[in-house]
Design a binder for this molecule. Structure first.
Ligand code: ADP
Ligand SMILES: O=C(O)[C@@H](O)C(=O)COP(=O)(O)O
Length: 416
């Protein structure tokens, strides 16, 4: 294994694995830190953690465990994958994890680049944009767990890291990989080793990838991984999608994301398909049980949706009543239990929306490794659970078009 990747959530990890696989690498996505050794033919291992919103010390500990395992598999370059909307709080977990990884990897600049132009995320003058709006006006400012209220990534990251934050501005990025490499080392030499790099187009990301060829640590969204396969390939690229056959069988969608796009996907789906809205208070009080939701889905002739998405005001109200963490964990546990009952009841195609929600479902189902299939939408591949009769799409809250749920079920079924 050459490239060792650590993802801070499960949708993000499959997003990264998708980019690397499309670039021709042989990739495996692993849930948590495994015990055994990796298949020697794999070029890149993506260890998916659910570490985005857990306490800082715990996130650092789990990340270093993943790092040690990847290093033991022979990796010489490492990638830390976080959200393209830089989901974090003023305490972490991005900065502390970067500090801990840099301490293991020696003295070199570390790239910080959440840009993912194919999904509208760009970094300009150190500020993160979603489409034509600043991050802090994109809807992310009301995220249930990581409200992003400052679009200046340099300033936000400065709250989190012990190190000084540098910047490579767009004009240097446009000048190409040699200029980027030089600027990264200038920032490092000036005592600012954690370097936010501007990027607005895929061409910029390819140049950053080339500039980072010899760096031990690159961090960002999946976009900045676009340029990495070219550095690593020493044979013909692999074509993963051609091996995809899909699975027939009942389909279901579980949506625990509060993101704007998921909200639109839920509305689009509900116009013509069965859907059950679950209320956070009812779940917390045990008035709505996982068994109720599973019975609803299994009782339909066509795929059905269960969702907890509510407007920001009712999410806030539920958090005030129960506590932010308690309601998040309660709903995540609920979706994990529903997923288990659905799979036991014969569901073979499962779409999950939301990073934390998807993590809870994958962990709840005890899936240990995921094989990456074709891309359904930018950032979302179809995946197959190794050793199980189950295919999934783990969708980031904000990814996909309005009809994503139906499109995903078609790809999972091999009928798209
Ligand atoms: N109605 C609700 N009230 C409060 N919290 C909610 C509600 N619905 C979902 N949540 C929680 O909000 C979080 C959404 O995060 P996540 O699943 O990562 O979605 P996204 O990908 O949009 O960030 C989860 O922890 C989920 O349990
Ligand atoms: O980079 C991204 O935006 C995604 O890969 C990602 O990390 C998704 O996180 P959620 O929005 O929490 O699903």
């Amino acid at each position: 294994m050459k490239l060792g990747c650590i993802g801070d959530d499960f949708t993000g990890s499959s997003d990264l694995a998708n980019v690397l696989a499309k670039g021709g690498l042989r990739v495996t996505q692993i849930t948590g830190v495994p015990d055994g050794t990796a298949d020697p033919d794999v070029d890149a291992g993506v260890v998916a953690l659910k570490s985005r919103t857990i306490p800082v010390e715990e996130a650092v500990r789990r990340t270093l465990e993943a790092f040690d395992w990847l290093a033991a598999q022979g990796c010489s370059q490492f990638f830390f994958k976080y959200c393209s909307t830089f989901d974090s709080t003023p305490d972490g977990n991005i900065g502390p994890v970067i500090d801990a990884l840099m301490a293991r990897l020696g003295d070199a600049p570390c790239v910080v680049c959440p840009a993912f132009p194919q999904t509208g995320r760009s970094v300009y003058q150190g500020h993160l944009f979603v489409g034509d709006t600043l991050l802090s006006e994109s809807g992310m400012e009301t995220h249930p767990l990581t409200p992003m209220t400052d679009p200046d990534i340099r300033r936000w990251l400065s709250h989190q890291t012990r190190q000084a934050v540098g910047h490579v501005p767009a004009d240097r990025v446009f000048a190409g990989d040699a200029a980027i490499r030089e600027s990264l080392w200038v920032e490092h030499g000036a005592g600012r080793p954690v370097v936010v790099v501007d990027a607005i187009r895929d061409a910029d990301l390819l140049a950053i990838g080339a500039a980072a060829r010899d760096l031990p640590l690159i961090t960002g969204g999946s976009g900045v991984a676009l340029g990495l396969p070219a550095n690593l390939l020493d044979g013909p690229p692999r074509t993963p999608a051609s091996e995809w056959a899909g699975l027939a069988g009942q389909g279901a969608v579980l949506a625990g994301s509060g993101s704007r796009m998921t909200h639109r996907q839920v509305q689009a789906w509900s116009r013509a398909n069965p859907a059950l809205a679950v209320d956070a208070d009812a779940v917390m009080a045990g008035r709505t049980t996982p068994g109720d939701a599973a019975a609803f889905v299994l009782g339909q002739d066509t795929p059905a949706l269960v969702y907890s998405v509510a407007d920001p005001a009712s999410v806030r109200a539920a958090q005030e009543r129960h506590g932010r963490e308690a309601v998040a964990t309660g709903l995540e546990q609920f979706f994990a239990d529903v997923a288990r009952q659905l799979v036991d009841g014969g569901v073979r195609r499962l779409v999950t929306a939301g990073g934390e929600t998807s993590g809870a479902v994958v962990e709840g189902l005890g899936l240990t490794a995921l094989e990456i299939g074709p891309e359904i939408a930018p950032g979302v591949p179809a995946v197959r659970a190794e050793g199980r009769d189950l295919v999934l799409a783990l969708k980031s809250g904000n990814f996909g078009g309005e009809d994503f749920f139906s499109e995903a079920l078609d790809v999972l079924g091999g009928t798209a």
